[in-house]
Design a protein around this ligand. Structure first.
Ligand code: C5P
Length: 242
């Protein structure tokens, strides 16, 4: 995929609906896609996806589904019904689960007459370093594991993967131009890393071939989320909203 029209995705990892919607309101017109993860979803329920869609955002439902094929397929149908434009499943859920997820996304969006969401695979969480990967029992280091999981994900019908920007260049080389690469763990120089281990700057991520950069706390924890977003765009070499 060529770089998305607006490659920045803001992760709204918050537990209060009012605050989340207040930040979303300030970001309206400033960013195309916002991401809802487990924190907001479990506190606010699926209606938050619809509220943000109605505000005009593309909504990325990053629930990182990982269960048996039948259960994941049911959950994906629910997410399509709530308007998700992008969603994630764990590649470690296996080929049959990923095929079921893609089938459900296609079937349900066809049934509703809406655009099929991008179904993306989570490879290795950006919070995991090589030691954590070894402890889990994966045989390679984080980078090798990302590459092999990504290959399996694409083979199983996923349109792309989520990985750290540090692996993006190798992923682009191995997956080709069509695959969507989403990179979280984006930090400005001098900014805190919090719980992220494999971080990169916005320019590094785009330079390495990422299509989308996920930015959470650098924006949502800022006293001025719009100014923080502009700073990220400037650091990425992007100007204003595409
Ligand atoms: O606040 P921060 O910028 O660290 O947020 C990163 C976001 O990306 C979080 O919502 C997190 O769930 C998500 N994510 C990640 N690593 C992955 C996949 C998703 O950090 N591999």
């Amino acid at each position: 995929m060529a770089v998305a029209p607006d490659p920045i995705i803001v992760a709204l990892d918050l537990d209060g609906r009012e605050r989340l919607l207040r930040i979303a309101e300030t970001l309206r017109g400033e960013v195309e896609t916002v991401k809802i993860g487990l924190e907001a979803y479990t506190h606010m329920g699926p209606e938050i996806l619809m509220a943000l869609t109605e505000m005009g955002f593309q909504v990325f439902a990053d629930l990182k589904l990982n269960d048996i094929p039948n259960t994941v397929s049911g959950a994906v149908k629910g997410l399509v019904q709530k308007g998700a434009g992008m969603l994630t499943v764990h590649v470690s859920g296996g080929r049959r689960m990923m095929e079921a997820a893609v089938g459900a996304a296609k079937g349900e969006s066809d049934r509703l007459g809406v655009t099929m969401p991008l179904v993306l695979g989570v490879t290795v969480l950006t919070s995991l370093d090589d030691a954590a990967v070894a402890e889990i029992g994966w045989s390679g280091n984080a980078a090798d594991t990302v590459l092999s999981l990504a290959g399996l994900g694409l083979e199983s019908g996923l349109q792309g993967v989520v990985a750290s920007a540090r692996e993006a260049a190798d992923l682009r080389a191995s997956l080709g131009t069509q695959a969507v690469i989403v990179t979280p763990g984006i930090r400005l120089q001098g900014g805190g890393h919090q719980d992220q281990a494999r971080t990169a700057s916005p320019a590094e991520a785009l330079g390495a071939g990422a299509d989308y950069l996920v930015v959470g706390r650098p924006v949502t924890a800022s006293a001025d989320p719009v100014a923080a977003l502009h700073e990220i765009r400037t650091a990425a070499g992007l100007r204003g909203r595409a």
